[in-house]
Design a protein around this ligand. Structure first.
Ligand code: HSE
Length: 335
């Protein structure tokens, strides 16, 4: 399977590394041999008919000229849509920053993949936050797949679990922590660290979005609720349907007061009869939503099976790359 990667930040680089590391396993277990035939980032790119070595891409990325310095490299900014259309790739992997206020370019990239008969795997949430139904429709009509496991919970398979439960049951309610950055900040504040210190560390660890206001203002959680509702609850929501409040207003005094009452403050996303909501809430200390660091969790209340809960690490380059590889395997198995 020939792959064109659009975006080469934390996740794109982790993906190149993981594809290299898991080569033998993917071949032995699935007969899948993913080869990178192009990478485009904000500074330029390299597109080839043949395999590009992950190690060389990673070295070039760090060099002064970036990917453009590789043999066959081109200085940017490049027209990603044209490169997608003209590429020999079978699948486009989109790992560009999620810009909810300007999702057009990312949407166009996905449509270009579909209309040129390429599958797409995206870890970029914005296109799904505003145009998920439309994009799935274009992919289906073009006879290709759009997969997006990485968009919710990174490597922890919230979407797969929810879809599996929904196959015979109905998810009536979801209560979740779906943003690693804000959970990292709030749990660090529990331990007495400052908001800004914790945000800087979350950014350093590769948890935060390129624009971390998406995390702290609750936007990232809201888009994940949209994707979850559409994927597993037969909804057709967009970001505009969500009521959203972030954590900027949470003070050290509030964190201390919550502690005194046996609670912790966490950014909670909810899907229920009242719609999609995101906001800081006090939850039971030691309860299922009192999570450390960048952990995510979702509690699904179902019509028949009662409560089903999943928790796991929800952010980070390698973690997100793992979900992308999972999607590549699924495309390979079901195409
Ligand atoms: N910025 C996101 C988070 C990354 O902190 O959860 C994973 O989607």
């Amino acid at each position: 399977m020939r792959i064109l990667i659009i975006g080469f930040g934390t996740v794109g680089r982790a993906l190149a590394t993981l594809l290299e590391e898991s080569r033998a396993q993917l071949r032995a277990q699935h007969g899948l041999d993913p080869t990178i035939v192009g990478v485009v980032d904000s500074r330029g790119g390299v597109v080839s008919g043949n395999e590009l070595a992950a190690s060389e891409l990673l070295v070039a990325k760090k060099s002064a000229r970036g990917l453009a310095g590789m043999p066959g490299g081109i200085a940017g900014p490049l027209d990603a849509v044209r490169l997608i259309r003209e590429s020999v790739a079978d699948c486009v992997v989109q790992v560009v920053p999620s810009e909810l206020s300007a999702p057009g370019a990312a949407i166009d990239q996905l449509k270009a993949a579909f209309t040129s008969r390429k599958h797409a795997v995206t870890a970029t949430k914005a296109p799904l936050g505003v145009a998920m139904s439309e994009l799935l429709g274009v992919a289906a009509r073009s006879g290709v797949q759009l997969r997006y496991s990485a968009t919710v919970g990174a490597g922890t398979p919230f979407l797969d679990l929810a879809a599996s439960v929904s196959r015979s049951d109905r998810i009536e309610r979801v209560e979740a922590i779906l943003n690693g950055t804000t959970n990292f900040i709030l749990s660090s504040m529990d331990e007495g660290r400052s908001y800004s210190e914790a945000l800087a560390e979350a950014t350093h660890l590769g948890y935060a979005e390129t624009d971390p206001s998406n995390d702290v203002d609750g936007v990232d959680t809201a888009v994940k609720l949209v994707i979850l509702a559409n994927h597993a609850m037969r909804a057709r929501k967009t970001f505009a349907d969500a009521r959203v409040q972030g954590i900027r207003g949470v003070t050290a005094d509030q964190v201390t007061a919550a502690k005194g009452a046996g609670k912790v403050i966490r950014l909670i996303g909810r899907i229920d009869d009242a719609g999609l909501r995101v906001g800081p809430e006090e939850v039971e200390k030691g309860g299922v939503l009192d999570l450390p660091g960048a952990t995510n969790a979702a509690v699904f209340t179902t019509a028949t099976c009662g409560t089903v809960t999943l928790r796991g690490s929800g952010a980070g380059g390698a973690n997100t790359a793992s979900a992308i590889v999972r999607d590549l395997v699924e495309i390979w198995r079901t195409k």
